[in-house]
Write a new protein. Structure first.
Length: 300
């Protein structure tokens, strides 16, 4: 059985985290959810609805102190760089400035990883879109390298999020160790591809994993508990463990809160925090189920 601590030195250590704003807008709710789960890692996207780069310095320092006081650390900072809000025709300065602001903040949170995407198209021919994406992300990766940071490209909005071939093209074209991949198990539902097959191709470059699941119903993604949808979450986790993945599994439930669509619903009368904790428990159970065929696993 996967254990929270202890074990032999050779056991595979699995660390659990999550995009904590799906547990609540306030940092207090986000920390409390992780404390109840017994997890020591947070993935920060927003606090009180604001992205980390937009928060005033005084408020950022308070966030840093609260995380330290809770004896937690930040896994990844999920930025808006090249995401769904910023098509390829948006000013590059928006992303360069956000990266510069984050470069001054993320080390203070104990991490060096920043989640990015790769610019939705805005009417450009595919070849021009690709060229502009690679040129922009090369410049951003160089900025990250100068700051000792690593950008993690998610298989989500943008040119390189559409297929494994494009993700590999991006990483190999830029050819710097400061750009690697973030694999989300559930994004293929919305973007209509098999994420498990995607993972098989990009596996050597995956440094971080989001756990999400769901089905395609009535022309839209409907999200579910991990292992209960069509995303082949079990198979992807098993593949990662078999290849000695040493990163983090971070939940991104999307059950009652979908930030990029600004959708929130708690029709069952529950709370975001309760739903988030239940999702985390389900992932723990799924890992325990997988332990039947995987030896030597430890999650913490």
């Amino acid at each position: 059985m996967f254990k929270a601590d202890g074990g032999d030195r050779d056991e595979q250590r699995i660390v659990l985290s999550g995009l904590s704003d799906e547990a609540g807008a306030s940092l207090r709710d986000q920390i409390q959810a992780h404390e109840e789960l017994g997890w020591r890692e947070l993935e920060i996207r927003t606090v009180n609805g604001s992205s980390l780069a937009d928060i005033e310095e005084r408020d950022f320092q308070a966030i840093r102190r609260d995380i330290e006081a809770a004896h937690m650390q930040v896994t990844v900072v999920s930025s808006r760089i090249a995401n769904w809000e910023r098509p390829i025709t948006a000013p590059f300065e928006w992303d360069a400035e956000e990266l510069k602001r984050l470069a001054a903040r993320v080390p203070a949170l104990g991490t060096k990883y920043i989640r990015i995407m790769s610019y939705p198209n805005d009417g450009l021919p595919e070849s021009v879109w690709r060229g502009n994406v690679i040129e922009r992300l090369h410049r951003l990766t160089e900025l990250a390298a100068d700051a000792g940071l690593i950008l993690l490209h998610e298989n989500c909005a943008g040119w390189a999020g559409a297929s494994a071939d494009r993700a590999l093209d991006l990483v190999k074209s830029i050819d710097l160790p400061n750009l690697r991949l973030l694999f989300d198990t559930g994004n293929g539902i919305s973007y209509r591809y098999d994420t498990h097959e995607y993972l098989k191709q990009v596996l050597p470059y995956v440094f971080h994993v989001h756990i999400k699941d769901g089905i395609w119903e009535n022309e839209q993604a409907v999200y579910s508990l991990p292992g209960e949808g069509q995303s082949r979450v079990r198979e992807s986790i098993r593949l990662l463990l078999e290849h000695h993945y040493s990163g983090i599994f971070a939940i991104e439930p999307h059950l009652h809160l979908i930030p990029h669509l600004k959708q929130q619903s708690m029709a069952d009368g529950g709370s975001l925090k309760q739903s988030y904790i239940a999702y985390g428990r389900r992932l723990e159970s799924l890992l325990n189920e997988l332990q039947e065929t995987q030896t030597g696993g430890v999650y913490v």
